[in-house]
Ligand binder design. Sequence first.
Ligand SMILES: [Zn+2]
Length: 416
Amino acid sequence: MPTMRYRYRAYPKPAQIEPISQLFGCTRVAYNDALALCKAEYEAGRGKPSFAELSRQLTQSKKTKERAWLADVSAIPLQQALRDLDRAFRNYFDVATGKRKKPRGVKKVGSPKFRSRHNHQSAYFTKAARFSVRQVSAKKGFVRLPKIGEAEFRISRPLPSEPSSVTLIREPDGRHYVSFVVEVPEVEAKPAKAEAIGLDLGLEHLATTVDTNGQVTKYENPRWLRSKERKLANLQRALDRKKKGSKRYAKQQHRIAVAHRKIRETRTHHHLQVANKVVDENQVIALETLNIAGLKQTRMGKSISDAGWGQLVSLIRSKAEARGRQVIVADQFAPTTQMCSVCGANCGKKALHIRAWTCDSCGSRLDRDANAAVNIMLAAGLAESINERGENVRRQLAGAVTVEALTRLELVPSGY
Ligand SMILES: [Zn+2]
């Protein structure tokens, strides 16, 4: 059965804030101590200690005067912090030695960094920690955590099954969340409208899709996202003018964290809608690997859009898995924006502002994004495999991306 994360806002009682802070502090120290040890061992030429060694080291340190307080919190999240570190190191080494490819959408996998209390803080409890969940009404639940007690959370959607783990999270804006890992039964998906779809991610529009029926759809970005992002940049600049460590600085940091959260919430809500529609309506979904080279031209748009695209792609993937749909990724180096999808001619690079262009070879007038979406489907090998079954889908698709055909365009607004 597919597993998913279900996240809810939590409202710990004032008396619980202190033990939660203590728990986060301890997981951070366990992580940082282990990282320091790894670095020292590595520099001494002895290689990275194994997880078992790190675990032994943690147990030892609880017996020292300086670290005795690590024994005051549940041991499970501390163990998990070591496991996180171990995984971070393995990823780093695997990528550095070429054993594994960089994950999609990640520019660089750096060596593990020390954790700071200013970032997102979390503690992970497995079944072994004996946490328990209790629902008292349709909207209200409690999760009992060792040494913290019962923390209230708001049930925004029903939990589908008994959770196998829970992560307690404190965001930089001070809000708390609980994130449960639950098994979700595969949903009997409605029959798809189209056999397959190609999806192109963009800045002008969040995404443009073309399905095998020739339907072109453009998904708008939330309209006020840009102004919120500009506001965030202003807040950031104001922070730079304040004295580090001062009260005003801390206040400004909080404002920034709140602005970040609002942007994140709006974007996530919109991405969920887009992902649901794409997955509901299509049996096979072709995506491109996230190639963000073209976006360097727009500095601010870049960092923010990167994060947004990664999220949309992972939502589509997880929803597709839950509903028995297939996701295929197109070759990263396919010239999806340069090629004419009608005749296959490569017409060279196009500047970002060019929204439509004419093919030198066949004279078709093409919509930039719709053309790219078809090319993504072609690069994923989809149209060909459908063609083998005797349907001339390619021609049908090619016909869909010319500017004249866009009269059949569906524009999906963001609702914001
Ligand atoms: Zn052409």
